[in-house]
Design a protein around this ligand. Sequence first.
Ligand SMILES: [Zn+2]
Length: 294
Amino acid sequence: MTSEATVTRFAPSPTGYLHLGHVRSALEGWRAARSTGGRFLLRLEDIDQTRCRDEYAAAILDDLAWLGLSWDGTVRKQSEHFDEYRDALDRLEAMGTLYPCFCTRREIQAEIAQAGGAPHVPSELPYPGTCRSLGLRQRAEKQRSGIDYALRLDLARALALTGPLDWVEEEGEGPRRKPADPTSLGDVVLARKDVPTSYHLAVTVDDAIQGVTLVTRGADLARATHVHRVLQALLDLPTPRYRHHALVTDAAGRRLSKRDRALTIRSMRESGINSAEIIARAALAGEASGSFGG
Ligand SMILES: [Zn+2]
């Protein structure tokens, strides 16, 4: 813990209604900001315009206000900042840390299977690097042909530039330095042909632009922090502290998802549960399993 004013953010995607897990996350950030006289910021992660809806964005703001989790300043919408992500992408490109990948999802899975990777959770395995070794001419030809491609981070090149990295993880017992090891994520996608950003790039740029000093988010995103740390180093951005909290699970121990309609704040409100009770439930859900870093 530190006594300086902490700037935190809550950054949901408007692809559904908030559920108890979101409230747990928001509460963590809100308390950290309010207890230090800091700021609690709100950001809507709406890059994927095919899945995001205005009605969900409006509902998120309405639910947070109803819960008393007031935020400071204006809401940052990622879809309004593509130029800032494009700038960051251009800088990474100039450093030679990006390469175009033309693989389809199916091709990537086939490549992993052929290399003896576990086929049950292919999305959990890093990209096998097929397109990293394409010659300049092959790349240019494929790009000219108009097929879709993604821009991936060349992690080996990136790490050669940054050297070893770490960050401060705030855990139950107090802060400790955690070494960054992004190899399990591999060469992540940082942009697509038509979209100049991805989750990883936008979040890293946003946290810096918004002056966030403590990132509170679910343990499911702990793995992403390793690659965000690399992007911060490449782009010369400050590194916030991180607190990855345990996920809220249902009675069967499964993490909540947008499919669990009964556990949305919307439906709890409709069934007459008051805001204090929802806040208490969210706080309790977090304490029951404790927080941990991944
Ligand atoms: Zn590829």
